[in-house]
Design a protein around this ligand. Structure first.
Ligand SMILES: [Zn+2]
Length: 213
């Protein structure tokens, strides 16, 4: 379960003030869902694309302050951070009953494009249920996530002018096993965590101190 929303990061949904400030409506095909406003764009984008496949929403469930069944923890629906679609044909199946759904086969990937997790993937599949994972470094629903959205790798030459001569001709880009998405933070972690070659670490640390002091 993604369970992104909690009182610490999204506020207390049981208060009237929270409800007045944090809810928004999305809808498609004559059905409407009341949802957590920061997640509204993601839900709307997903619903539009789902409806575009020809799937017809016949029932909806969104914001609803309640505990997770069998627990004293608030459900993601308490913040409107989850929506349910067509509960009758997409039941929450427990005790090893297996997935039951009439949703399109690729609905999990479709949801993921909009930063949503599909309950159909869970151990006790909840096929009607889609919940927002909090955005993070994902883009909004108008630009669905289709690629690795890590910050672009920063050239070591740019980060540390002159550093290339430490790597024995090839520079750091070639001398070290950088992977895509490797940025300054990972670079520093590399220095501290010892993933750089031993003989380079001292030179790099010296260079970093020289730049930053
Ligand atoms: Zn649900």
């Amino acid at each position: 379960m993604a369970n992104w929303a909690n009182i610490a990061n999204a506020g207390d949904p049981r208060s009237a003030a929270w409800q007045a400030q944090n809810l928004s409506n999305v809808g498609v095909g004559g059905q409407n869902w009341q949802v957590y406003a920061p997640a509204a764009q993601s839900f709307q984008g997903f619903l539009n694309e789902l409806a575009g496949t020809g799937y017809v929403p016949r029932s909806s469930g969104g914001y609803n302050v309640r505990n997770i069944a069998g627990s004293d923890r608030l459900s993601q629906h308490s913040w409107g951070n989850a929506i349910d679609i067509n509960a009758a044909t997409n039941p929450h199946v427990k005790n090893g009953g297996g997935l039951q759904t009439d949703l399109p086969q690729n609905v999990g990937q479709l949801a993921a494009k909009y930063g949503l997790e599909w309950g159909g993937y869970w151990k006790n599949p909840d096929a009607m249920h889609f919940e927002w994972k909090g955005g993070g470094n994902q883009r909004g629903a108008d630009t669905p996530q289709t690629e690795n959205l890590s910050p672009p790798p920063l050239s070591m030459a740019k980060l540390m002018p002159g550093i290339g001569d430490l790597g024995g001709g090839g520079g750091y880009q070639r001398a070290m096993p950088f992977e895509e998405g490797f940025g300054p933070q990972q670079f520093m972690q590399g220095i501290l965590g010892g993933t750089l070659k031993q003989d380079m670490r001292a030179a790099v640390a010296k260079r970093v101190l020289g730049l930053f002091i």
